[in-house]
Design a binder for this molecule. Structure first.
Ligand SMILES: [Zn+2]
Length: 224
């Protein structure tokens, strides 16, 4: 009772507004984005785009929505402005996407975030991909690990580079941390953004060399 009154008073003093359009959100609203802004996301109608097997080492790339203006603004706030509570908006969108398209997530033995380089992690204070991967693993009851890969090379942000540079930028970016976690496993990697597929590809090469049976990549957004 007291908590409710306090929460109500706090909402009057610090009302929650939509991160994008600043529209007032009532206190029942668990998200930081209003439904009108969420509706302006461009959801991906064909999640099962088969990758070019000669070009990519991963087996399945799944992306929830395209990287339109709304997605770009939200991911920027999520990664660079400390708006970590946006996970409460993103994770349900990812679950909805998986369930709506009947994606076979349960074939995966393990879920892992794409790791950040330790120095970038220190600067940012959190790995945004982990904020997505952990609740997804809990929701589907699939084991989660952060001990699969190490990011050993601090690479430039992929979005700042041209297509060709993105591939060379990522060479040797990852190494395996724990062989036992990869061997004979189907692994689902989680990232916030898919651009050329270079990040997922580089991680997948390392995992397959370590004996992974299959590697999938699920991202919130994709650029093309
Ligand atoms: Zn809004």
């Amino acid at each position: 009772m007291f908590i409710n009154i306090l929460q109500g008073a706090l909402n009057l003093i610090f009302p929650d507004n939509c991160l994008l359009c600043r529209q007032f959100l009532n206190s029942q609203h668990k998200r930081q984005v209003c439904s009108k802004c969420l509706d302006s996301l461009a959801f991906n109608p064909t999640p099962l785009t088969a990758p070019d097997r000669h070009k990519y080492a991963f087996d399945e790339p799944w992306s929830v929505c395209f990287y339109n203006e709304t997605a770009q603004k939200l991911l920027h706030a999520f990664k660079y402005q400390g708006k970590t509570s946006l996970r409460k908006t993103f994770v349900p969108l990812m679950i909805n996407f998986i369930d709506r398209h009947h994606l076979t997530i349960n074939k995966y033995d393990i879920i892992a975030p794409i790791p950040l380089h330790p120095s970038r992690l220190r600067e940012r204070g959190y790995n945004q991909s982990l904020l997505l991967s952990l609740p997804l693993s809990q929701h589907y009851g699939i084991p989660h690990t952060e001990n699969l890969l190490i990011r050993q090379k601090r690479t430039q942000t992929q979005t700042e580079l041209g297509a060709k540079q993105r591939w060379t930028n990522l060479e040797d970016a990852f190494r395996i941390k724990n062989l036992d976690l990869a061997k004979d496993k189907n692994i689902l990697l989680i990232d916030d953004l898919y651009t050329t597929g270079a990040t997922a590809n580089t991680a997948s090469i390392v995992l397959k060399k370590a004996g992974a049976l299959g590697v999938g990549i699920l991202t919130l957004s994709k650029t093309v």
